[in-house]
Design a protein around this ligand. Structure first.
Ligand SMILES: [Ca+2]
Ligand SMILES: [Ca+2]
Ligand SMILES: [Ca+2]
Ligand SMILES: [Ca+2]
Length: 427
């Protein structure tokens, strides 16, 4: 009996030392050479990789045996600004309809024009007019090819007939040589964006979530399929979530850094998870400094974001706009997160019809859908008023929200109305 106990103790000691290496993000102090960082040369540390981002000297490493205390000690190292565990982020649709159809109609899109008949569900009746008032907004503007929006997600099917005309094209790569970084931006063959999940120049969507988000922003206003909030826009496909819908901190950082390099106006972020990340916060701040809006899904756990942080939606930077979801009756979607201090506005998010890969269409529900609808409306605003700062845009979005008596639990107590946003109608 004693022998058995001893054997088990040995076993657990062995398995402890063979614990899998964890990935960490390390920011070095300015001017520090990675070769001089003693931590990088420790036996328990491997796979030191330079992230090559413009916001500072960021590395990923794999290390074993680190705990909270040793991380705090490492932060005292004069070479290291901070070190934190890599986080995992996931897409946040609450429901993906398995049924994909070959054709969809504008009249299916209650979020753009709610007739009351196109917005009901099994348990709820729709209410006419509880939409983003898209048609009134389109009389003012349908967008502009000057406006670039990054869809930071699972990729985009940039060949979709309803999207391809509104995809960003990196002309030097499109007319360049395969395998060569023709525009010298550090990324090979990034014709429509980049795939950070697989580190290649093809951000094709192997999931469908990212393509759905893109359709909400910029599906073409033709006779076929659906319409985006913007008829004219350039969407940059930035894939950092894998085909199973999850991604890591380093790729989120690289995605944001890339979008800043491309010079987008808005980033649409229908993903979340993980704990606080200083590295992600620093990336979002850099985007803010560049005048870029960071629109984020508030999350789908029916939670109050004021009492439980949801990232990236909860980062307190002026350019972050956190979007919850409302349904076709003008009430908060049952799954949607909320928060008087932390969530800014509601937008349509239940049973939203949009594009999915291979020229198909499908309905999805989530703050994931509300986020790109808001990003599209902000894109219309940018088309009309290119010089508004992120802080000005957020103030205007908040001031022009529609209060309908049942959306009380966000900072604006209301929902998005694109026409009011454009006309700066305040109540
Ligand atoms: Ca390139
Ligand atoms: Ca090339
Ligand atoms: Ca790829
Ligand atoms: Ca269309």
């Amino acid at each position: 009996m004693k022998k058995l106990v001893l054997g088990m103790a040995l076993l657990s000691a062995t398995s402890l030392s063979a614990a899998p290496a964890q990935k960490y993000i390390v920011k070095l102090k300015t001017g520090v050479s990675p070769k001089s960082v003693s931590f990088f040369n420790q036996k328990s540390v491997s796979d030191v990789k330079d992230l090559n981002v413009s916001i500072g000297s960021f590395y990923t490493v794999k290390a074993t045996g680190l705990n909270q205390k040793s991380l705090e000690l490492l932060a005292q190292d004069p070479a290291i600004e901070y070190i934190e565990p890599s986080r995992t982020y996931t897409i946040s649709p609450i429901k993906m309809n398995k049924e994909e159809i070959l054709d969809a109609k504008y009249s299916d899109q209650w979020g753009l024009k709610n007739t009351g008949r196109n917005s009901g569900g099994w348990f709820s009746r729709g209410k006419a007019g509880e939409d983003i008032n898209a048609e009134a907004a389109w009389k003012i503007t349908q967008g502009s090819k000057e406006v670039k929006i990054a869809v930071i997600d699972t990729g985009v099917d940039y060949t979709h007939k309803d999207l391809r005309g509104n995809m960003w094209v990196n002309e030097l790569e499109a007319n360049g040589i395969e395998g060569v970084d023709d525009d010298g931006n550090g990324y090979v063959d990034d014709v429509h964006g980049y795939d950070f999940a697989n580190d290649d120049g093809d951000p094709q969507d192997g999931h469908s979530h990212g393509t759905h988000c893109a359709g909400n922003i910029g599906a073409i206003h033709d006779r076929n399929g659906v319409r985006g909030v913007m008829n004219n826009v350039k969407m940059v496909a930035i894939k950092f979530l894998s085909d199973s819908g999850s991604g890591e901190t380093e790729h989120a950082i690289k995605s944001i850094d890339y979008a800043v390099k491309v010079g987008v106006d808005i980033m649409s972020n229908s993903w979340g998870g993980g704990e606080f990340s200083q590295a992600l916060l620093d990336s979002i701040k850099a985007a803010n400094d560049a005048g870029i809006l960071f629109v984020a899904a508030a999350g789908n756990s029916r939670a109050n974001n004021d009492s439980r942080d949801t990232y990236p939606a909860n980062y307190e930077v002026e350019n972050v706009i956190s979007v919850g979801a409302h349904d076709g009756s003008g009430k908060r979607s049952s799954f949607s997160n909320y928060g008087k201090k932390t969530v800014h506005i509601f937008a349509p998010g239940s049973n939203i019809m949009s594009t999915v890969p291979n020229d198909r269409y499908s309905k999805m529900s989530g703050t994931s859908m509300a986020c790109p609808l808001a990003a599209g409306a902000l894109g219309l605003l940018k088309a009309e008023y290119p010089n508004l700062t992120p802080a000005e845009v957020r103030e205007r979005l908040e001031a022009t929200a529609v209060r309908n008596g049942s959306l009380d639990d966000v900072s604006t107590s209301g929902r998005l109305d694109a026409e009011r946003l454009l006309n700066n109608t305040r109540s």
